[in-house]
Design a protein around this ligand. Structure first.
Ligand code: PLP
Length: 434
C-alpha cells in the first residue's frame, strides 16, 4: 500500500560515510538514531523543498535546524554570498561587511549595545560564560534541565542528586570537577531558583536560559519566571544570559527578549544571523562587553570570526526580516497550520497536541501542558518514531528526533502548508492506527 521511497543511494553513501566519520555523520542527530532507516543525503534545496540523492523531494520543516528562516537558497542571500566570495574568502582583518551587519543589528535591536562575532553558537555561549565569570569574579553558572547551549564542557551537565543539584557531567570527557561549577535548576520553578540564588548567589557568575526552550521539545516558560531570572540577577550581581541562538531574530527581530520585553545583560546568537553559514555572536550591555579583549582582560579570539562571506549572508538575511509584516505573516501561517492539525487530533481524540510560538512548532504526544523537562515522557517518543517514518515516506521532512522542534519559513506558502497538513493528518492516523 505505502509506496516505499527508493533511498538506495542515500543508503550507499551512508555506508561509505560510516567508514570515515563516527556514526557516519559530523553531528550526532543527523545519524537518524532515534528514528528508522538511514539518514537522507540531500543534494540540493530551494524554498521549502529539499531533493535527496535519489531524486526524492521533501517538504522541509527542519530548515537546517533553524538558520533558514527565509527557506533554502534565498535569492538575495545567495547573490550576496557569490558577490562577496568573488573578492576572496577571508582576510584576517576587519572588513566593511562587519560595519554593515553591525549597523543592521545594533540600529534595530534596542537591547544590544555591543556585539562580537564568533563561528558557532557553542562558541558564543562559551565566550559569554567566560565573560560573565571575568566580569563578576565569581565561578558558578546556573543552567536549566532541558535547555541546550551547545557542547561547551560546562553546559554538558545534568542535574545530580541532592537539594541543590550541583551538576553531573552528561558526556564522557567532562571532568566532574568542571561539572561541579554548574548548578542545574528546574525550568519554570520560581521557588527552586530563589532557593539556589539565596544559598549560592555569592558565587554565581551567571544564570543562562533559553528564554524559549526549543532543544528538548518546546517548553514555553511563564513570563513571571523569565522576569524572576532578570530580577534575581540584578539583585545579586549575577549576569543574566538569554541564549537566543534559536529564538533570536526568529520570533521577533529582537528575539524572545523583544517579544517578552525583557532586557538580559547578555545574549547569545547563531543560526539565523549567519544566513546558513557557520556563525555565532554574543552581545549585550556595553559595560560588560568592554571586559572583552582587547578592551579588557577577558580573552576571546577567532581566526575566521566575522568571516566576510558569513557576514554578507547574515546581513542579506536580517535585512529581509526588517520588513514590517515579516514576523506577523509567519506567525499567522504557523497558527493556521497548527490549528488545522490540532483540529484533526481533537476529532480523532488522539493524546497529542501541536504547540507553537512564532514560526517554531512542536508536536507533543500528550495533551498536558509541559513546563519543565521532567514532564516529557520518553516513551512518547515511540509515537514520533512511527510518525517520522510515515512522513518521510510521504515526502515530509521533520528533524529526526521527537525532541526537535519544527520551523516554518517565509518560503512555506499557504499551498505548501495545506499539503503538509493533509500529509501530517494521514501520518498521524497511521501512527495511532486509526
Ligand atoms: C543550536 C544551539 C546552540 C549551539 O549552536 P552551534 O552553532 O550548533 O554550536 C546553542 N544554544 C542554542 C539555544 C541552540 O539552539
Amino acid at each position: 500500500m505505502s509506496n516505499q521511497l527508493d533511498r538506495s543511494k542515500s543508503e550507499l553513501l551512508f555506508n561509505d560515510a560510516k567508514m570515515m566519520f563516527p556514526g557516519g555523520v559530523n553531528s550526532p542527530v543527523r545519524a537518524f538514531k532515534s528514528v528508522s532507516g538511514p539518514p537522507v543525503f540531500i543534494k540540493k534545496a530551494e524554498g521549502c523543498y529539499m531533493t535527496d540523492v535519489d531524486d526524492n523531494r521533501y517538504l522541509d520543516f527542519c530548515g537546517s535546524w533553524g538558520p533558514l528562516i527565509l527557506g533554502h537558497n534565498n535569492a538575495a542571500v545567495r547573490d550576496s554570498i557569490i558577490e562577496t566570495v568573488a573578492h576572496g574568502t577571508s582576510f584576517g582583518t576587519p572588513t566593511p561587511h562587519g560595519n554593515e551587519i553591525g549597523h543592521t543589528i545594533l540600529d534595530n535591536h534596542s537591547r544590544l549595545e555591543k556585539i562580537r562575532f564568533v563561528s558557532s553558537g557553542t562558541e558564543a555561549v562559551m565566550s559569554a560564560l567566560r565573560l560573565a565569570r571575568g566580569y563578576t569574579g565569581k565561578n558558578k553558572i546556573v543552567k536549566f534541565e532541558g535547555c541546550y547551549h551547545g557542547h561547551v564542557d560546562s553546559m554538558l551537565v545534568k542535574a545530580g542528586s541532592g537539594l541543590i543539584t550541583f551538576g553531573e557531567s552528561s558526556s564522557a570527557g567532562v571532568p566532574e570537577s568542571f561539572a561541579k561549577e554548574t548548578i542545574v535548576a528546574k525550568l519554570n520553578d520560581c521557588e527552586g531558583l530563589r532557593k539556589i540564588v539565596q544559598q549560592e548567589g555569592h558565587d554565581i557568575a551567571a544564570i543562562i536560559i533559553e528564554p524559549i526552550p526549543a532543544n528538548n521539545g518546546l517548553i514555553l516558560q511563564d513570563l513571571e519566571f523569565l522576569k524572576l531570572i532578570i530580577d534575581l540577577c540584578r539583585e545579586n550581581q549575577i549576569v543574566s544570559i538569554f541564549d537566543e541562538v534559536i529564538s533570536g531574530f526568529r520570533v521577533h527581530f529582537e528575539g524572545a527578549s523583544g517579544l517578552y520585553n525583557l532586557s538580559p545583560d547578555l545574549m547569545t546568537f547563531g543560526k539565523i544571523i549567519g544566513g546558513g553559514m557557520p556563525v555565532g555572536m554574543y552581545g549585550g550591555k556595553a559595560e560588560i562587553m568592554s571586559m572583552i579583549s582587547p578592551d579588557g582582560p577577558v580573552y576571546q579570539a577567532g581566526t575566521l570570526s566575522a568571516n566576510p562571506v558569513t557576514l554578507a549572508a547574515g546581513n542579506a538575511t536580517l535585512k529581509q526580516l526588517l520588513h514590517p509584516d515579516f514576523y506577523k505573516k509567519i506567525e499567522l501561517k504557523t497558527e493556521t497550520f497548527v490549528s488545522q492539525i490540532n483540529d484533526h487530533i481533537l476529532e480523532r481524540e488522539y493524546d497529542a497536541e501541536m504547540i507553537h510560538i512564532g514560526g517554531i512548532f512542536w508536536l507533543k504526544f500528550t495533551s498536558k501542558t509541559i513546563k519543565s523537562a521532567d514532564q516529557i515522557d520518553p516513551l512518547s517518543m515511540e509515537y514520533f518514531k512511527k510518525l517520522h517514518h510515515h512522513l518521510l515516506q510521504d515526502g515530509v521532512y521533520f528533524g529526526p528526533s521527537g525532541y526537535e522542534v519544527g520551523f516554518i519559513s517565509s518560503a512555506h506558502t499557504e499551498n505548501d502548508l495545506n499539503l503538509a497538513v493533509e500529509k501530517i493528518r494521514i501520518a498521524l492516523d497511521k501512527t495511532f492506527e486509526y
